[in-house]
Design a protein around this ligand. Structure first.
Ligand code: ZN
Ligand code: ZN
Length: 273
């Protein structure tokens, strides 16, 4: 049984309005810890933001209504990764009110303001001397911001399932056709993604979990609502083999409340197995 941490904040918008109530039956388990913004979770500090983003970009986010949400969303990821590093938990699920993967070094957009995975990686590097990292992105869209930050960084493997193909070692994109079956998607994941991650030998894996590729959501590739828990199982397995289970799942795109309500408890159950 894994010790799973949940980072939570109440500034997360309509799509997550069934939470944390939908986690009833999960939150009272002894291997689950719940960390809430304004209580245990603190906002990402400015000196860490400046290790990833330009001061011009940070200033731009400060002018939006999402500045505080972005600070706490990324704080949830940064602190979950720290807890994993201190061996207080094995893995984590991070609720976010604003996403990661379209936030680059000097720009933001597409519902993403600061890049939580990137901030967590820089934090682990500077505080703990961690060296190798993998980011797996199963949001429907290309993780352009994450790519912008890490494309020349050979210690970060970025594997992104999107709409283009690329493979130059640490920057990997795999084009997913529209209207793919769960079986095909999962077999691409197991054939193309997890072997690369295992071979790279990361010390921790960040999973950008977007559910917008689900049938009926805005980035639909035709995945069923049950596909995401299967993805979680595969990511957990590769984390078990590569880095003793160290993994942070970060909520990325997706708009439908019913899909969130279905997927997220199942993913957390899978992480906590
Ligand atoms: Zn997306
Ligand atoms: Zn991509």
């Amino acid at each position: 049984m894994k010790r799973t941490g949940i980072s939570f904040l109440y500034l997360i918008g309509e799509r997550l309005s069934d939470f944390p109530q939908e986690l009833e039956g999960i939150l009272n388990r002894p291997n689950i810890s719940f960390h809430e913004a304004f209580y245990e979770l603190t906002p990402t500090p400015e000196d860490l933001l400046l290790k990833v983003h330009s001061s011009r970009m940070i200033e731009g986010v400060r002018q939006t209504p999402y500045y505080e949400t972005a600070l706490y969303s990324t704080g949830g990821t940064v602190q979950a990764a720290e807890r994993i590093w201190r061996n207080e938990i094995d893995n984590a699920f991070v609720f976010t009110g604003t996403g990661d993967h379209h936030a680059g070094r000097d720009y933001f957009g597409g519902g993403c303001h600061f890049n939580g995975a990137a901030l967590a990686i820089e934090n682990l590097r500077h505080k703990f001397g961690a060296k190798r990292f993998a980011i797996l992105d199963t949001d429907s869209h290309h993780g352009d911001g994450t790519r912008d930050i890490f494309q020349d960084d050979e210690d970060v493997l970025h594997v992104c399932l999107c709409s283009q193909n690329r493979d130059d070692g640490t920057n990997v994109d795999i084009a997913i056709p529209y209207s793919i079956s769960d079986e095909e998607y999962l077999s691409i994941l197991e054939a193309e993604c997890t072997p690369r991650i295992a071979q790279f030998k990361p010390e921790i894996i960040f999973w950008e979990f977007g559910y917008d590729a689900t049938s009926g959501d805005y980035g639909s590739k035709g995945l069923s609502i049950d596909c995401h828990a299967e993805i979680a199982r595969i990511v957990s397995q590769v984390a078990d083999n590569a880095c003793r289970g160290k993994m942070v799942a970060i909520l990325c795109g997706g708009s439908r409340r019913d899909i969130a309500r279905h997927c997220i408890p199942r993913i957390i159950n899978c992480l906590a197995e």
